[in-house]
Ligand binder design. Sequence first.
Ligand SMILES: [Zn+2]
Length: 228
Amino acid sequence: MSRSKTFNIKCPSCGVPQDVELYEAINVSTEPGLKQALLENKLNRVACIDCDASFRVDMPMLYSDPKNHILIHWIPETAGLTKDQIIADFDQSLEQINAMLPPDVTAPRVRLVLTRVELVELIFLIEAGLNQRVVEYVKYSIYTRNMEKIDPHKFRLLLDVMDSTEEELCFVMQDVESQQLGSILRYGRSAYQSLYELYEENSEEFFEMFPGPCISARNLLLEDSEEA
Ligand SMILES: [Zn+2]
């Protein structure tokens, strides 16, 4: 079920406080219109009652698509928490949920993302039948082979399912600070397929590299660079 609540917020443009209805959880199996709104960047978007400014309010939101077995939590970094804190808190609450479940119930597979673009990317990725750990492994190798040009501190690599073809997966660079999309990088499907076969034979290594629930080559590289 989708869930929305009324929040009192201040317009970032003119400062006028107002009550707005925002979604905390959306079920797109029952309400596909909400998925459309999310993809069009219209979900939790507010038009100020006073100055007409249009702005998006980012807050923790659960995206669920039971028909396609998709459950993704989006926790934006805007809540004043750092990425590490968000991931640690999330891990802790997952552990608590798992501990409360009866032993014969498998916990739903839930993913964590920190930005709207990553949420949209992940929805398309899962719907296209791609494996997220293998895709992130591909990103990891693109980053590490092009460290000078694609610094993970500055750029996010996003899989662009819509522009990918049968021969190639298409990745686009996003400047983390300005959010601008830039160069496009292509990666052969056959190379992805070979990696996927490797994953099927020996998935432990992929799980070790990306345990989840936040599966991100960029985060892994940033962690490594902090430790170095
Ligand atoms: Zn306003």
